[in-house]
Design a protein around this ligand. Structure first.
Ligand code: SF4
Ligand code: SF4
Length: 245
């Protein structure tokens, strides 16, 4: 490969992507703590693509993604990170079928993390339409109520969607955190859990990633966080006052 890659980035002003940048991106993918766990080799057999629900709907093939990584095709990897990796529904049907016990879905998740870390313009373009969904998830804890999850509504989730078509009572018991089950909007996570989630997102760098992807959404989320933390402090004070009485 030449010192300078000839890849042009259609979503940024950069005319070419320097080879050093392609290398840095691949180093971050390969250096991810899960990489060796998700990729053991590849026969190029295509079983993953044959069973992948997203491959039926989009110009996307998990076999192609795994081959790009396995052959260390740096330009192809960068190219796939512009759009293709965002087509994966993360259903992990591929991981259950691969004779090498690879997880193409897991590899895609690593590539997404690295795309966010490198603040790729493609990330911003792909995620922008989902900002309302993100805000809903972040501010209420969940986007879906269990009765919204059906095979018909989520055809691209693959055959495993049938597993979540369980009775509502069982699904509600399966939720690990205390919630207020309001089916009108979705589940609303209780105040204490929300405040704990915000602290986890702060400590693990999720909020920093959000800031790099969507600054406006980040500002709105900060406002929501401040409001909920204040509410929680007030609630704690009220409890203390009641205990003192
Ligand atoms: S990742 Fe697994 S299933 Fe997919 S092409 Fe490679 S060996 Fe086959
Ligand atoms: S996780 Fe699902 S959607 Fe993603 S590559 Fe695997 S089978 Fe396809």
């Amino acid at each position: 490969m030449s010192e300078h890659s000839l890849i042009s980035d259609p979503l940024s002003d950069e005319p070419v992507v320097p080879y050093e940048k392609l290398e840095a991106i691949f180093d971050d993918i390969k250096g991810h703590m899960l990489y060796d766990h998700e990729l053991h080799g590849c026969l190029n057999c295509g079983i993953c693509t044959a069973t992948c629900p997203s491959a039926s709907y989009y110009d996307y093939s998990p076999r192609e993604i795994v081959q790009l990584l396995w052959t260390e095709n740096l330009e192809g990897i960068y190219d796939a990170m512009q759009e293709k990796i965002w087509s994966c529904a993360q259903c992990y049907t591929c991981a259950a079928r691969c004779p090498f016990e690879n997880s193409p879905g897991g590899l895609v998740m690593i590539m997404r993390e690295v795309a966010i870390k490198h603040e790729m313009e493609s990330v911003k373009a792909v995620l922008r339409p989902f900002s309302r969904v993100l805000l809903k998830v972040i501010s209420t804890g969940n986007q879906l109520a269990p009765n919204m999850i059906t095979r018909e509504a989520f055809p691209d989730w693959g055959p495993d969607v049938s597993k979540v078509e369980a009775p509502l009572a069982i699904l509600r018991k399966a939720i690990p955190m205390p919630t207020m089950h309001t089916l009108d909007t979705a589940w609303v996570v209780n105040l204490k859990t929300s405040v704990e989630l915000f602290s986890i997102w702060e400590a693990t760098g999720v909020l920093d990633q959000l800031e790099s992807v969507d600054e406006n959404l980040f500002d709105v989320v900060l406002d929501v966080m401040d409001e909920k933390r204040e509410e929680y402090e007030d609630w704690l004070e009220e409890q203390e006052d009641e205990d003192d009485e």
